[in-house]
Write a protein that binds this ligand. Sequence first.
Ligand SMILES: [Zn+2]
Length: 135
Amino acid sequence: MFRIRNALTNFMRGRYAQYDGLNKFLLVIWIICAFLNIFLRTWILSALGLVFAILPLLRMLSKNLPARAKEEMKYQQIKKKISDKIKLLKNRWRDRKTHVYISCPFCKNTLRLPKKKGKHGVICPCCKKDFNVKI
Ligand SMILES: [Zn+2]
C-alpha cells in the first residue's frame, strides 16, 4: 500500500494536479453532455463529452505549469467579465424606474445617473471629462 502511494506521489510530482475553476467548468460541460446524450443519443454529444472528460485529466497530468496557470487566469478573467455583465444587467433591471445607465464617451465606463428628464451636464468620475446627456 505504501509503495503504491509512493509511486503515485512520484508520478504526480511536477505535474499541475489541480482541480481548478477551468477543470470544474470542463467537467460540468461533460456532465451536461452526458445527461443530454441520455435523451438525444447522438455521436456528436458522445464525442464532445469524451473531449470534455479527457481535457481536465490532460490538464492535471501536464508538466507545463505556467501554461496551465495562464489558462486558468484567462478562464477567471472571462468568467469575471461575464459575471460583471450579468450583475450590470440585474442592476439595470432593478433600477429601471429610478436610474439610467450610460457609458462615458471617453473612457467607456458605465455611469449610473438619476432618471430626470431633460439635458444634463455630466462629469465622469473615472476620467474627469464632462459631456452632455439627454434623458
Ligand atoms: Zn469617463
